[in-house]
Design a protein around this ligand. Structure first.
Ligand SMILES: [Zn+2]
Length: 377
């Protein structure tokens, strides 16, 4: 039992701030990627090392996502996210608080200087008055940024993807690039040596403090169109960070992975999915897939390159996914195009992690979806 009296004021403040900022779902999923969610609960095999579970049998760990509390029924041990972190990493309570605070980009400590994360924060949008870059400049900045980052250690980024079933070969093929936080200053300096600060600010790579805004978000996903990176979005690999994505300025130029369509035969099946992970999951398993990312979703201009394929939507099985499917079917229909939809029991990535025969199941569902569409004619 821990008493508040053991904790200094500073630590208590930091702990409260962590609890305000943390996203419990992604925090716990980092340690339990195979957890099943039902409502506001996760149920999973308990990964706490000191419990030394066999890894077989019934899932004994239950997480209440609203309160952020975990409980291992088998060892009768439970607590909050900070206690969970302590147990997973074998560190003290104070260290757990400080490390989680750092991951969340909270300043902590008594420093007058704002934290590195605060200094790297993107400018608030109402302050943005920079003229956006044109397409050519955007491509040049993207290409150089990727090149600079690729010279750094990719390991943490690639192991993050590997935990989601996307291997390094796949990641390299689509140009996914990472840099560790310890390389932040060097990456920033190299970018500053390559371009005028003003240009980097216009592209949203630097903020008004003239610092690289990709500080928390360092796993970069380029949009490659006709062989060139045209835009990029970056994800955080840390648990519990919101927002999870950070983009350069400008607009998503195309469907993600659109270049993969070029060599395909007419009438090939092409899946339309949500996000980078689902796109790469399907591609890894030998399916053709393009991804919708970011708000705004599908744009009319992007339909033309899809016209010669049999497009099958495999969107998330939630209300938003169903609404999107219906809307996209109408968009396709307005252009005399057909869009079939498959309904999976989970998003594509989870579906492939949970089902040993996922590829076969998806093929069967796809055939059925395409068949039922023909019979509607
Ligand atoms: Zn346990």
């Amino acid at each position: 039992m821990r008493h508040d009296g053991d904790v200094t004021d500073q630590l208590r403040e930091l702990r409260d701030e962590i609890k305000r900022r943390i996203d419990y779902r992604s925090f716990y999923l980092r340690y339990c990627p195979d957890a099943r969610q039902s409502g506001a609960r996760l149920q999973t095999l308990c990964p706490i090392p000191a419990h030394a579970h066999s890894g077989k049998g019934h899932p004994s760990l239950s997480v209440d996502l609203q309160q952020g509390l975990f409980n291992c029924f088998s060892r009768s041990e439970g607590g909050d996210a900070i206690t969970f972190y302590e147990l997973m990493h074998g560190v003290s309570y104070a260290k757990a608080v400080r490390e989680l605070a750092r991951e969340l980009g909270l300043a902590g400590g008594r420093r007058r200087q704002p934290s590195l994360a605060a200094r790297a924060a993107p400018d608030a949008s109402e302050l943005e008055s920079f003229e956006p870059l044109d397409a050519e400049q955007t491509s040049e900045v993207c290409a150089r940024f990727l090149e600079v980052c690729r010279a750094e250690d990719q390991l943490e980024g690639f192991s993050y993807l590997a935990r989601r079933g996307i291997d390094a070969r796949m990641a390299r093929r689509v140009g996914v690039t990472y840099f560790p936080r310890r390389a932040y200053s060097r990456v920033m300096r190299r970018m500053r040596e390559s371009f005028a600060v003003e240009l980097l600010q216009r592209g949203g790579l630097f903020n008004r403090r003239e610092r690289l805004t990709f500080y928390t978000h360092r796993l970069l996903f380029p949009f490659i169109v006709e062989g060139r990176a045209r835009y990029l979005q970056a994800r955080t690999t840390a648990a519990g960070v919101e927002p999870r994505w950070h983009n350069m300025r400008g607009h998503v130029p195309a469907l993600y992975n659109v270049d993969a369509l070029t060599p395909l035969a007419t009438d090939s099946v092409v899946y339309l999915v949500e996000g980078f992970t689902d796109t790469l999951t399907l591609t890894s398993h030998g399916f053709n897939a393009v991804g919708l990312v970011g708000a705004g979703g599908l744009k009319e201009d992007w339909l033309a390159p899809l016209a010669r394929f049999r497009v099958v939507a495999a969107l998330d099985p939630d209300a938003a996914g169903r609404r999107a499917s219906a809307r996209y079917e109408e968009m396709f229909a307005r252009r005399q195009l057909r869009l079939a939809s498959v309904k999976l029991s989970a998003d594509v990535n989870d579906f492939f992690r949970q089902h040993a025969a996922a590829s076969l199941e998806l093929e069967l569902l796809t055939e059925a979806a395409i068949e039922s569409q023909k019979s509607e004619r």
